[in-house]
Design a protein around this ligand. Structure first.
Ligand code: SF4
Ligand code: SF4
Length: 150
């Protein structure tokens, strides 16, 4: 079967298309040069993200006691299997996390842990400055500390 070439006469020379492309490039160049540039001068300038942005995790606490009851729902729903909890018991709390760790390099920031938590204990903040030079595991103490920075 013969396939018809639908390219127009001028399009076949590509010159018009090249000129169109150059015009678009020039338009953006001049817009950036004289208008509001889209470049952010980080760290002096910081981009504003939506409140729904999912960044660094933290554990909420009430009167200094972590809200988490080590129910194991968050490690169960976590698709990256990056939450590791060891449950324990103490006089003021029937069940609490002795160890609560998140392997952040495995986390995909899906927010399912936050959605699943019945105690509103594990949260994702809007903090996005999390770059590290080596493998990072957030410990319980670190996650509790972060609640003040959210
Ligand atoms: S945000 Fe998603 S991947 Fe990360 S710890 Fe929570 S459930 Fe797991
Ligand atoms: S953070 Fe929430 S879901 Fe995860 S173990 Fe604690 S209480 Fe359960």
């Amino acid at each position: 079967m013969l396939i018809k070439n639908k390219t127009g006469f001028f399009q076949r020379f590509y010159l018009v298309e090249i000129l169109k492309g150059l015009a678009i490039t020039k338009k953006h160049f001049l817009k950036n040069l004289f208008g509001k540039t889209v470049t952010i001068q980080y760290p002096e300038e910081r981009r504003q993200y939506s409140d729904r942005f999912r960044g660094m995790h933290y554990i909420k606490a009430t009167n200094g006691v972590e809200n988490c009851t080590a129910c194991m729902l968050c490690p169960t729903v976590c698709p990256a299997e990056c939450i590791h909890i060891v449950a324990g018991e103490r006089p003021d709390k029937e069940k609490y996390p002795v160890k609560f760790e998140i392997d952040v390099l495995r986390c995909c920031f899906c927010g399912m842990c936050e959605e699943a938590c019945p105690k509103d204990a594990i949260k994702l903040s809007t903090i996005y400055e999390m770059s590290v030079a080596q493998r990072t595991v957030y410990t319980k103490d670190y996650l509790l500390e972060q609640r003040g920075n959210k």
